[in-house]
Design a protein around this ligand. Structure first.
Ligand SMILES: CC(C)(COP(=O)(O)OP(=O)(O)OC[C@H]1O[C@@H](n2cnc3c(N)ncnc32)[C@H](O)[C@@H]1OP(=O)(O)O)[C@@H](O)C(=O)NCCC(=O)NCCS
Length: 402
């Protein structure tokens, strides 16, 4: 099979649902910013060269509905010949979109394409605007519909992931992200127009500012402060706002190409995607997904855990992230994930607890982060993985192009 390359990978900042910078900005506008940014960051390529745009979205309705892939192609003034599709695998949708484009290129069915993701959790709430579980089936099968927070409580209770462990993990996520933000390490961020309304002389005026940082990061986080937070999902539970992923608005996009196209346009790609896989698990403990998807990916690609120099494992909740790291034999090696360790290789610049988890965007967002980290650190193999609502895990292996 042919090779397929990641050439450019960018994201908007992640901004807090309702309270953050993108609360008044439509998802199409977030997506337009990153898709257009690909052409500002990639020389020699024009919109007419792109055959297809595939966009992940977990709740593809209302403002992010219809077929957002095709809508965005037209909004960004691609010619009519550039097609578009929407992909939904909940939390891995953005990665699924990139992987589908990679597979099409590998198969020889396409030369140049964009995969990405978008989610405005402010505008389309988690669960959608009108959730409609099947009334009879749901009585016997409620797990597919339960709150993700309850699945995180289930993981904590079943596998004895204590509140202290979760808070400590949340604290380190915040510290890693605070450090990365202060040192301007998120090179993949595209400054993104954000609408807001300000009162001037008794009149509300719309203005647009450029948002260039993730506004959920809390540098003042302390373990004592986290300890005081009330459980968010169960009266006597251990999952809180401080050890859960934040609900977030954002978009991300990645340009992928065949080897022939890379040569034709004279580009230097960042990495190639070596493999991608999904693994099914019980819906009521969906967070365990990466513990199954990552070993499956390693087997598929003939790699060992020790070959991997960097991991982006989505922190949907600290309980599930810790469980997955335990199963991989990585949690006990604190130096691999702690913020005060120079040897850390897991979520090196923080994870979704600090940076947010904009559902359908997350897979594309983590790809953009991973591409920056692999390139900046010269890491040969990187793995991206996440758990998925409904009971799944996804994982992808990337190899840096030297
Ligand atoms: C857990 C959850 C319900 C919390 O929602 P929320 O109350 O809106 O959360 P916020 O981030 O606004 O935090 C609420 C408060 O907790 C406190 N808090 C949060 N993080 C904190 C930290 N690191 N340190 C100290 N206090 C913190 C603050 O007082 C904050 O209020 P403020 O923003 O006014 O300062 C929500 O984030 C959630 O649902 N997360 C999971 C999303 C999910 O299921 N995704 C899919 C996964 S598969």
């Amino acid at each position: 099979m042919r090779e397929a390359y990641i050439v450019t990978s960018v994201r908007t900042p992640g901004c807090r649902r309702n309270k953050g910078a993108f609360a008044k900005t439509r998802p199409e506008d977030l997506l337009k910013t990153v898709v257009d940014a690909i052409f500002e960051r990639t020389p020699n390529i024009e919109k007419k060269d792109v055959e297809d745009i595939m966009i992940g979205c977990a709740f593809p309705e209302a403002e992010q509905g219809l077929n957002i892939g095709r809508v965005i192609a037209q909004m960004c003034k691609f010619p009519d010949t550039t097609c578009g599709a929407t992909v939904n695998r909940f939390c891995s949708s953005g990665l699924e979109a990139i992987a589908l484009q990679i597979m099409r290129i590998k198969a020889g069915w396409c030369e140049v394409a964009i995969g990405g993701g978008v989610e405005s959790m402010t505008i389309v709430p988690m669960g959608g605007n009108l959730p409609r579980p099947h009334p009879e089936w749901a009585k016997e099968n409620p797990d597919v519909y339960i709150s993700m927070g309850i699945t995180a409580e289930n993981v904590a209770n079943r596998y004895k992931i204590t509140r202290e462990m979760q808070d400590e993990f949340g604290y380190h996520s915040q510290m890693k992200a605070s450090n990365a933000m202060a040192k301007k390490l998120y090179k993949e961020i595209v400054p993104t127009p954000a609408k807001r309304y300000v009162e001037k002389n008794g009149t509300w005026i719309e203005e647009t500012v450029l948002q260039d940082f993730d506004d959920g990061i809390r540098p003042t986080t302390t373990l004592e402060g986290l300890k005081k937070l009330a459980p968010a999902f169960a009266a006597n539970g251990s999952v809180t706002a401080g050890n859960s992923s934040q609900t977030t608005d954002g978009a991300a996009a990645t340009l992928v190409m065949s080897e022939d196209a890379v040569k034709k346009f004279g580009l230097k790609p960042i990495a190639k995607m070596v493999g991608y896989t999904v693994a099914g698990v019980r819906a009521d403990e969906m967070g365990v997904g990466p513990a199954y998807a990552i070993p499956k990916l390693l087997k598929l690609t003939g790699k060992k855990l020790e070959d991997i120099g960097i991991f982006e494992i989505n922190e949907a909740f600290a309980s599930q992230a810790i469980y997955c790291l335990q199963q991989l034999g990585l949690y006990e090696k604190r130096e691999l994930w702690a913020s005060d360790s120079d040897k850390r290789i897991i979520n090196v610049n923080g994870g979704a607890i600090a940076l947010g988890h904009p559902l359908g965007c997350t897979g594309a967002k983590l790809c953009a982060q991973l591409m920056t980290e692999m390139r900046e650190r010269g890491v040969k193999y990187g793995v991206e993985s996440m758990c998925i609502g409904g009971g799944m895990g996804a994982a992808a292996l990337f190899e840096l192009v030297e």
